[in-house]
Structures are given as structure tokens and as C-alpha cells.
Design a protein around this ligand. Structure first.
Ligand code: GUN
Length: 283
């Protein structure tokens, strides 16, 4: 293996320690940062994610409140819950776990969250602020990737960043955050023709396509920094990413593993956003 391993577990733990200290300071002043998570229905993956978010916020010294609603909950009832949490002064961050059942309009739900408590960074006000470079809550996965790049002293300015995937949660905001740091950004997606011709140009390659081990040696330039956002299971049921790690590790200069790469950073940044909200409210 030639590539340096970029460990989200250890960088995430470093940041969580910093968060813990700041939470302690706030608590000494009488404010306990509070994160509310709304979980609708029985999606197993969502249950696992939410449990991890709860555990991590408690470990950071925060208050965690889980609101569980049945899959049959009406849109109005869900909006009512959000409104209650918007008004609750002990809650600084609100997160509605996605996906939602089909009868509920996801956009309406996201827009119902007070933008000052939108620790997922999904509200159009926060997305708009991010795009024009104003301070806002940043979507946790791309924000976590920026921290991985910064804390490994990876140059961004002037580098060619190629992003595979254009979701609202990861791909789109990722490109904007890199653009703000003066990268040249190319977006690729499911309709891109000759994907390898683009990914091969990347100094920083960010892959968020949701396809098991899709990116192989033929997609990567020698010395590239490769960030794998994928979270899949291989034929043996083992967790793996969108990048074929065993192939790409011999070509890249640095690479994130799955698990232990981007995953732990997403929750870390959720805690960071919640802490920021509490610190702002408490000022
Ligand atoms: N579902 C998958 N990822 C996320 C996330 O980052 N936030 C929320 N709210 N739901 C998700």
C-alpha cells in the first residue's frame, strides 16, 4: 500500500474531544446543548443511524431527545412536532432523519425547521447562505470531508476536485465548499459519459455514488487524494465503499477507508453544529 490512510475515526475523536471541552464550559454556565432527532417509521438503517447520533451526543455531554413517530403519522402531526421543538429553549439542534414515508413532503418538513436549529444544514436558507459564502450550518458529510482534508494538510486551492454524485446532501454542497476554498470543481453523475476520463484528472476525488467498489485503478490518477463516501455491503456482507480500496490504495497518495473514514466525521460535524447553535443561543 502506497497511500496514507486518512482516518475519520481518529480525526473525528480529536474533534469530539474539543467539542466535549466546550460543552463542559457551556454546562458550567448553565446551558446543556440539546439535540432532538425525529425518526418516522421502521427503516432499519435509519434506526441504526439515529442510535449512533443519540449515543454520540450523550457521549459529548449533550442532551439527546428522540421523537419516534409511526410510519402512519400525518404530515400535519409531524410539522406540529417540529414546531414544538422550534419553540423549545432546551433544544438547540433539530434533525429529521431521512428518508420519510412517501405521503410526507420532505421539502416542506425541512423548511419547517427553524434555520437557526437546522444542524443538518438542509434548510434552503442555510444552503443559500453556504453558496454565497455566508456563515451557515453546513451539511455534515461535506463539512466533515473538509475537516479531513484540512487536518491532513491536503492542499485544496488550485487543485482539481472531481465529485462523483450530485445529491443535495453530499455531492452538491461538497462542490460548493471546495469551490469556496479555490479548487477547480467538476461534477460527475449517473449520466456522465466516460466517467474515467474525468476522474483520472482529479487531484482530489470524492466519490458518493452508492455503488459497491465501482471506482477502480483505471479511474484514479497517480498521487490523487481519494475520499470514499460510499457505505455498502460486498458479496460477503462486509461493509465497503464505492471505491475498490485494495486496487486504489496502490495508486492514490491518500485514501479514506470504509468503515472508519467519512462515516465518523458526519456525526462529529452534527455535534459541532449543535454545539455552535447552543453557544450562539447562550451568548
Ligand atoms: N439520512 C441519511 N443521511 C442523513 C443525514 O445526514 N441527515 C438526515 N437527517 N437524514 C439522513
Amino acid at each position: 500500500m502506497n497511500a496514507k490512510l486518512i482516518s475519520g475515526t481518529s480525526i473525528g475523536n480529536e474533534i469530539r474531544e474539543e467539542i466535549k471541552e466546550r460543552v463542559l464550559k457551556l454546562k458550567e454556565g448553565g446551558c446543556v446543548p440539546g439535540l432532538a432527532v425525529i425518526l418516522v417509521g421502521d427503516n432499519q438503517a435509519s434506526h441504526t443511524y439515529v442510535r449512533n447520533k443519540e449515543k454520540s451526543s450523550v457521549a459529548a455531554g449533550m442532551k439527546s431527545e428522540l421523537v419516534r413517530l409511526p410510519v402512519s403519522v400525518s404530515e400535519d402531526e409531524l410539522l406540529e412536532q417540529i414546531n414544538k421543538l422550534n419553540l423549545d429553549q432546551t433544544i438547540h439542534g433539530i434533525l429529521v432523519q431521512l428518508p420519510l414515508p412517501n405521503h410526507i413532503d420532505e421539502n416542506l418538513v425541512i423548511q419547517a425547521i427553524d434555520p437557526d436549529k437546522d444542524v443538518d444544514g438542509f434548510h434552503p436558507i442555510n444552503v443559500g447562505k453556504m453558496i454565497i459564502g455566508q456563515r451557515s450550518y453546513l451539511s455534515c458529510t461535506p463539512y466533515g470531508i473538509i475537516k479531513l482534508l484540512e487536518r491532513t494538510n491536503t492542499p485544496i486551492s488550485g487543485q482539481h476536485a472531481v465529485i462523483v454524485g450530485r445529491s443535495n446532501i453530499v455531492g452538491k454542497p461538497m462542490g460548493q465548499l471546495l469551490l469556496q476554498r479555490d479548487a477547480t470543481v467538476t461534477y460527475c453523475h449517473s449520466k456522465t459519459k466516460d466517467l474515467a476520463s474525468f476522474t483520472k484528472q482529479a487531484d482530489i476525488l470524492i466519490v458518493a455514488m452508492g455503488q459497491t467498489k465501482f471506482i477502480g485503478a483505471e479511474h484514479v490518477k497517480e498521487g490523487a487524494v481519494v475520499i470514499d463516501v460510499g457505505m455498502n455491503r460486498d458479496e460477503n456482507g462486509k461493509l465497503c465503499g464505492d471505491v475498490d480500496f485494495d486496487e486504489v490504495k496502490n495508486i492514490a497518495s491518500a485514501i479514506t477507508p470504509v468503515p472508519g473514514g467519512v462515516g465518523p466525521m458526519t456525526i462529529t460535524m452534527l455535534l459541532k453544529n449543535t454545539l455552535h447553535s447552543a453557544e450562539t443561543a447562550f451568548k
